[in-house]
Design a protein. Structure first.
Length: 433
């Protein structure tokens, strides 16, 4: 059952328009009204196993607390959680035929008068394409409870953020089975709850190594479909991203990353709607994506649809309120978006919109290697996302149309599609003026 969330929980459309009919969109030899779903991608999404994720969440909450200042004990505290996560990733490394490597990135931390050494745990899948870039999938594994300074207070952190860590481990298992065009780094961050110190240290590490990031996904509280009063929203996940909403026309921004994720979900995982929010995060809250934003890299946060502050950062955050079906669909949605960015063909370059002087304009772009066709998507003025129903397939690299009109649309992107039907990441948005 799906219950519509309160108005404050999801973004409202800015401007209402009548969607163009398929007959009003440009027509090419390829007549399908929506992108083909690649068979191998469907098989990939079906590999997500809720039982594995549940076992990992249960194990993490059994450590009682994962506070950065928790005592160093074999069966409780953040060090025990570190060893558990590291062991799970080492098992994946052993089964990966050399595709996956695990290492630590350590950093000093002072919190509430106590000095410790914390560990980010990194899983690396090296990319095969020159210039394929780096995609980071991160989830923090530390937890806090009612007193953020108390390292012994019961802080099971099943949803915040055992759910994100479990999804990250599951993604590592699935993605490590084969190489990818782009490099993928899967990171369990420590010290997010105390000012995202772990992700800040990791960003500094990347800068020192001259490793640029194409996209960063923060998986933070993604396991529950329920609200504090029993509300249920089982088919929406929110994605927060930094603005501006109208990009400068060059480069790839956090908001454009959020739009790409939403478009991938609408295409490949329609059972889960991505709600793109017009904020970097909820008011007064934060997650590790903000550390990457500060470095100038596109980054977004995934979070479940309903706020439940009676559960978050309290002893009530237990596995009882994590739903297997919701967590599975959320993880599949993230996997589809990562696959689009990591394996799809490179986006077209040098997009130009030429005025033909007769009421039509011609959209032109350079052919993308490995592309057999393209998908063109349009954005309405003030809209946060691209409407799948106002996108169209194309087989060439130029489109003549009278609909490239600033009264109708404010921007256009082009995505390359490979022989398997997999879309790649969108181009930078070209403004329609």
């Amino acid at each position: 059952m799906t219950v519509v969330p309160k108005a404050t929980d999801t973004a409202l459309p800015t401007i209402a328009y009548s969607t163009l009919s398929p007959q009003q969109l440009p027509q090419s030899q390829q007549q399908s009204s929506s992108p083909a779903v690649a068979g191998n991608l469907s098989a990939l999404l079906n590999q997500v196993e809720s039982d594995r994720m549940y076992l990992n969440i249960d194990a993490l909450q059994r450590f009682q607390t994962r506070h950065v200042n928790s005592p160093n004990l074999p069966d409780s505290g953040i060090n025990a959680a570190y060893h558990y996560i590291h062991t799970q990733l080492e098992k994946i490394q052993a089964d990966s035929n050399g595709n996956f490597q695990v290492f630590d990135q350590s950093f000093p931390l002072t919190w509430s008068g106590l000095d410790t050494v914390q560990n980010n745990i990194v899983g690396l899948i090296g990319g095969q394409a020159i210039g394929g870039g780096v995609i980071v999938i991160g989830a923090h594994y530390d937890s806090i409870s009612i007193d953020p300074n108390d390292g012994t207070y019961y802080a099971p952190g099943a949803d915040d953020n055992g759910s994100g860590v479990a999804a990250m481990i599951e993604l590592a298992r699935i993605l490590s089975a084969r190489p990818h065009r782009a490099t993928i780094m899967l990171v369990a961050f420590s010290a997010e709850e105390v000012g995202r110190q772990g992700s800040r240290a990791f960003v500094q590490y990347l800068k020192e190594k001259n490793i640029p990031v194409n996209a960063m996904f923060s998986l933070d509280i993604i396991g529950s479909q329920t609200g504090p009063s029993g509300e249920i929203v089982d088919n929406v996940i929110r994605v927060f991203s930094d603005g501006p909403n109208d990009p400068p026309g060059t480069g790839f921004t956090s908001r454009q990353l959020a739009r790409a994720i939403q478009f991938a979900a609408a295409t490949y995982t329609p059972q889960m709607t991505v709600s793109v929010e017009d904020l970097i995060d909820r008011q007064g809250r934060y997650s590790d994506h903000m550390s990457f934003n500060e470095a100038g890299w596109p980054a977004v946060r995934f979070i479940e649809p309903l706020e439940d502050r009676q559960r978050q950062h309290t002893p009530n955050d237990t596995i009882d309120d994590v739903q297997a079906s919701y967590l599975t669909h959320a993880t599949q949605t993230i996997l589809a978006a990562v696959t689009m960015l990591a394996d799809g063909p490179q986006p077209p370059q040098n997009i130009v919109l030429r005025d033909n002087g007769n009421g039509t304009r011609t959209l032109v772009w350079e052919h993308s290697p490995d592309a057999v066709s393209y998908r063109v998507a349009l954005r309405r003025p003030g809209a946060l996302t691209y409407n799948l129903n106002e996108s169209f397939p194309w087989t060439g690299n130029s489109v003549d149309w009278n609909g490239f009109n600033p009264a109708l649309f404010t921007g256009v992107v082009v995505m390359a599609v490979d022989a398997n039907g997999l879309m790649g990441p969108p181009s930078a948005e070209y403004p329609i003026r």
